[in-house]
Design a protein around this ligand. Structure first.
Ligand code: APR
Length: 273
């Protein structure tokens, strides 16, 4: 990455008014949420074949509740502590200034929303929403409720049966029918929310620039969106710590932390192109 490339890409982006930002776990890494793949990634600590799907989680609950306890505790600690970083904030400001049309994210955190972005298409669902396994209704999982669950997990440290029973007791129930709920996120093998995917595709088809931030580009169908943008003639700019499947097809690729590079690409007061 050279400074002149960064200036050139920022100049090209400043002429665009229909930018779509496509994000993955890398945009939230500097907020303290580990990415999924690579060193220190979530899937290194928790096997995705087990922890990445509902039957696997159910199995862990029955056979190794302590492991499930660790997984939930880790997740709650991480998500409760995370704050939007400079990338989330500058994206929110650029949307408010009318330069960004939408964020399409694979992340289930709420950092884009808390960073000020209003139009966020969450392809892989939302950790802050619960869906009833019985009646299918959705309801919010607010931070207060998350904190209460987190507090209840403390002190639940020994005895397989005791943990199993306690986990059952504190599992959030549906406000309507008392059924068990699950996080409204897309696990492996599940379909993406069709209306969200459709809207994300529509925005991608009609954007004039597509800014990819912090995704390994290996999970489909989300991974197809940059190719769709490219095929429609949009300017494609990538920010990642390392080369990805999008590096070759991008007009510009910048390697480094999103929190430093994204504010350079879409500064608050863009210079005229
Ligand atoms: N700044 C920019 N990029 C970063 C940073 C950073 N600070 N840190 C890491 N990255 C990059 C990594 O180089 C990697 O390419 O972010 C990417 C993260 O990749 P993954 O961990 O695979 O995350 P993501 O692409 O979002 O995964 C897609 O996989 O497991 C599923 O459902 C899960 O939504 C997720 C999907």
């Amino acid at each position: 990455m050279s400074r002149s490339d960064l200036t050139e890409a920022a100049g090209r982006l400043s002429a665009c008014r229909r930018i779509v930002v496509f994000t993955g776990a890398g945009v939230s890494a500097e907020s303290g949420i580990p990415t999924f793949r690579g060193e220190g990634g979530i899937w290194e600590k928790y096997d995705p074949d087990v922890f990445g799907n509902i039957p696997g989680l159910g199995q862990v609950w029955l056979t190794q509740p302590q492991r499930l306890l660790d997984f939930i505790t880790d997740a709650l600690d991480t998500f409760l502590a995370a704050q939007p970083n400079a990338a989330h904030l500058v994206i929110g400001k650029a949307e408010a200034a009318g330069r960004i049309r939408a964020v399409v994210t694979q992340n289930v955190d709420d950092l884009h929303e808390r960073g000020g972005t209003r139009t966020v298409f969450k392809l892989h669902g939302d950790l802050y929403t619960l869906r009833c396994l019985r009646c299918g209704r959705s309801g919010p999982l607010d931070r207060g409720r998350m904190e209460r669950i987190r507090d209840q997990l403390d002190g639940m440290r020994s005895g397989r049966l005791a943990i199993l029973k306690k986990l059952w007791e504190i599992m959030p129930r549906c406000g309507e029918c008392e059924g068990l709920t699950r996080p409204d996120v897309v696990f492996f093998g599940e379909s993406l929310p069709a209306n969200v995917l459709r809207q994300a595709e529509e925005e991608t088809r009609s954007c004039d620039a597509f800014l990819i931030v912090g995704t390994s580009g290996v999970v489909y169908p989300a991974a197809l969106l940059p190719k769709l943008a490219r095929s429609r003639g949009a300017l494609v700019v990538e920010v990642n710590r390392e080369a990805s499947p999008y590096t070759e097809m991008s007009d510009f690729s910048f390697f480094g932390p999103a929190g430093s590079i994204v504010p350079e690409l879409i500064p608050e007061s863009p210079r005229p192109a």
